[in-house]
Design a protein around this ligand. Structure first.
Ligand code: BTN
Length: 309
């Protein structure tokens, strides 16, 4: 774009445009300036602040408020505190690094800087708290579809692990603030291993974990594009769920499932159950066929009896 066009569009002098270009270059934007031709944006930095994300967003509410932090303990914890203080529905807390990233069932989530996506969305649905697990499955569908559009064959291991090539590429941590019959807010935390390499994972995790870059044979994925696509998908699914209930989510979840149709072992705090995963019910619980009877599983971790899924 010619310098004249840029200054017209922005209402700045030519010197003013130059000053801003310099500022953007310092922030990591590569901008070519060719005398008598103008400016060309060559690349944008791989950062996830609202400066990078907002122009890419095609949403009404999700990500319209973005809180970006280079480093936090956990985006879920930050989002939870902000929600108590009145953060709006759809606010997104996003970090480049987490020092105490949290996973399900008290586990930690490995969150090195500069390569992955760690974000939490504040949701304020008007629902009975018993329906909150539906949001976890809804989020898993949105993430899986986004990953498929990014060129990998992602699937969902019940309830909400994202797998590629049988290894974990992402996870979801849902936290809730509610009275007995009223939900104040839900925090949906999403972690996706985007461009981390195998040595980013501790040895005990490495054999079960992968990243989009690893699954794409070393080709990097631009994090801002992926995040914007994810927030758009998430809002679309949230709207469908609000208008039509859980059934369309359930149908989509089943079509993306890596669990149904497999013999699995489910472990939770109370016990271990082995059986054939046949379905999820209208609440998102897993239905296992075990010796002729059907067991309804509401929480736990799944393993294939031999190889880990
Ligand atoms: C799991 O599979 O155990 C869930 C992992 C969830 C990780 C994400 S990263 C962003 C958000 N902040 C956290 O501390 N955890 C979630």
């Amino acid at each position: 774009m010619s310098g004249a066009t840029v200054s017209d569009k922005l209402g700045l002098s030519r010197a003013g445009v130059w000053k801003h270009v310099e500022q953007l270059r310092k922030m990591g934007y590569a901008i070519e300036a060719i005398p008598s031709k103008g400016y060309r944006l060559v690349s944008v930095p791989d950062r996830l602040s609202s400066l990078e994300l907002t122009p890419l967003l095609d949403t009404r509410e999700f990500g319209r408020s973005i809180v970006y932090e280079p480093c936090v303990a956990s985006t879920n914890s930050v989002a939870f505190k902000r929600a108590i203080d009145g953060a709006p529905h759809g606010e997104v807390v996003i970090a480049d690094e987490q020092t105490a990233g949290r996973g399900r069932r008290g586990r930690s989530w490995v969150s090195p800087p500069g390569c992955n996506v760690y974000l939490s969305v504040v949701l304020r649905p008007e629902i009975d708290p018993a329906r909150a697990p539906e949001l976890t499955l809804l989020t898993a569908v949105a993430v899986a579809e986004t990953l498929r559009e990014a060129g990998v064959r992602a699937s969902i291991k019940w309830p909400n692990d994202l797998l590629v090539d049988g290894k974990k590429v992402g996870g979801i941590l849902t936290e809730l603030s509610a009275d007995v019959d009223r939900t104040a807010f839900v925090i949906v935390g999403i972690g996706i291993n985007v461009n981390s390499s195998v040595d980013a994972f501790p040895v005990d995790v490495a054999q079960f974990a992968t990243s989009l870059q690893m699954a794409r044979g070393g080709e990097q994925v631009p994090r801002a594009l992926l995040t914007a696509a994810l927030l758009t998908k998430l809002e679309t699914w949230f709207d469908t769920w609000t208008d039509e209930g859980f059934e369309p989510v359930r149908v989509a979840w089943k079509s993306l499932s890596a669990t149904l149709g497999h013999e699995v072992l489910v472990r939770n705090d109370a016990r271990e159950v082995r059986g054939l995963a046949i379905d999820i019910d209208a609440t998102g619980a897993l239905l296992l066929e075990c010796g002729g009877a059907v067991e309804r599983i509401v929480s736990g971790d799944i393993e294939l009896p031999r190889a880990k899924m």
